[in-house]
Design a protein around this ligand. Sequence first.
Ligand code: GLC
Length: 755
Amino acid sequence: MRRIPACIVTGIILIQLLFAGCGTETGELVAEIYLSRKVDSVLSLMTTEEKLGQMNLLTSDWDVTGPTMRDQYLEDIRAGRCGNIFNAHTVEYNRKLQEVAVEETRLGIPLMFGYDVIHGHRTIFPIPLAEACSWNLELMKRSSELSAKEAAASGLQWTFAPVMDLSRDPRWGRVSEGTGEDPYLGGLIAEARVKGFQGTDLSDPFTLAACVKHFAAYGAPEAGRDYHTVDMSEITFREFYLPPYRRGIEAGAVSVMASFNDLFGVPATASGFLLTDILRREMGFTGFVVSDYSGIEQLQDHGVAADRQHAGELALQAGLDMDMQSVIFAETLARSLEQGKISMGEIDAAVRRILRVKFQLGLFDDPYRYFSEEREAAVVFGEELMDHALVSARESVVLLKNEPAGDRKILPLTAPGSIAVIGPLADNQLDMLGSWHAAGDHTKVVTLLEGIRKRFTSSQIRYEQGCDFYSADRAGFSRALSLARNSDVVILAIGETQAQSGEAASRSIPDIPGIQEELAMELIATGTPVVVMIMAERPLSFPQLDERASAIFYAWHLGTRAGDALADILSGAYNPSGKLVMSIPRNAGQIPVYYNVKSTGRPADPGNKFTSKYLDVPNEPLYPFGFGLSYTDFEYGEIHLEDALIHMSDTLHLSIPVKNTGAYDGHEIVQLYVRDLVGSLTRPVKELKGFQKVFLSAGEQRTLHFTLTADDLKFIGKDLEYITEPGDFKVFVGPDSERLREAGFTLVQNTTGRN
Ligand code: GLC
């Protein structure tokens, strides 16, 4: 079919706009009218096949992130059967594909390029679960801004992030991409990341369209097994799992990715309840919904679609707009239309949402605006990215233990004469990048060994791997143990590879793999002080090691500057400040273990057999939500409440003095929790409702102020609506979800005449 020159298309748009009589007002309403008119103008020119092509997202062959590959994407683009590409990057490559779409198709509608820029594009930041432990929203927003800048400069316009799947189950490997177990903190991070990725103008060539995923409740698969059934009450879903997605939508995310799992008996990809009732009608989402990788095709395996065409009809009518890699929309919806099983209106609604984002990205104004080699060369691996990678990595590390080994604490290291650096993750570049590391360049990673060498220049530094991740091969033990015996301190880096977390990487027993823990115990037994660095992407359980080790960091997979950050922390140049956002279990049997549990009718009582507890372990996790130490100590005074009784329309003001009583300056993340003592439904024993990350110099005391309103105390009632009930509450403040000061207050209904 002959292609209509872009200038004619533009002319038609302008004429229609003039006829539309759009005035000169500059309000959002006028902008919206302009945008929808432009979209409708293009839509009015499109054939059915071209419309279905815009609903099609195909992977290029630059990266593989799923089970199927289709290599005729170039022919599909040229034929107008593919309007969007993912897993392709660099200006040079993406420009070529864009030229095919703009110059060789009938209407020249530009492609949109998406990619999994989850925690950096070329310069890699800590995995999201690690960075969440910084509790620094500005830092996480900045990470997303810089990720977007580097990715957009590399020819991308759309990221499949942020991941907002709340999870309480470290058997599930994708906890690495999320924000842990708390809905309040998760929601704040969702907002920070969406605003970081999208900025204030999507047409800015340094921003990306965000994609809140995986909608919904993908983080709660049965038995922690990826892709498994998710089954929970709607109250639990709305109270805990929905809020992070909601905050991402409220922050303006222009796309959402449907999750692989079924929920309430229906796969999310075909769930009108999720994609239309909740996402669009309740939340007011106006962007587009993309399936996850071949998610539409999988409706057949779910057993809800009889064949590919049926799957396409179910997905479209549920509210799904774009088909990632199934090629079902492009290949079957025309037949469904002919057979009257779907309407052109349903197709047009989906295409409008997609074109709308392409207009917002500025792709129609200039399809090549994201393809500047100069900008790419100037931005990628730039100083601001590399500097931020260090800042973020430092704030993501959690110090779990720092007890005396012999007569003094090991940390921070003070110029040891000789340092033994041991373990399979100590001189390992690839695994520091973590899972979902996009186009990260592992050759640029600073390993722990390199970081120590750069920082401790006067020490003798020697390295032994000791063992690997998987085998029972102890051949490396003797050299490692001998090195330990002849060194002043051991820095041991053990944990998981980046392939042992992330997608399709569930582990039934989330422990430290292989014989790494045995190596650790034998190193400790030499008597040389050992600093254990656990590097992983999920909470691993290590109760035996925890008993024997004096110093333990949870050092995650920290990205490109991992080694520099860890060396700064070991030397005391940076005082560790991270706090866990997901509980660390004592063993797999405790899972799911999380802080905001319900009381039960028989709360655990060690003195009473018939209460809710185990025979073999305590109920509490090995390390709780919110936990993290510093090289200094912080002392909390008593909570002061301005009023112990507040009305629904009041604000409760409270304060608490916090003092740095140690010898080091440092950050403290002061956390505020509440408990609703009596509710119409059972309520958690505590819920995070606020936090402040403060810097206190050694000896400095500061009084911190918090507020609470009735809105902070709302919860999902039995009618599935948010409600706030009067009654008695407790308020807690402290350094984590277990060590807490507490006070009480009462919430009462407004008296008559008081609004
Ligand atoms: C994967 C993941 C999803 C990702 C997509 C594209 O299967 O589930 O998070 O964005 O495919 O790579």
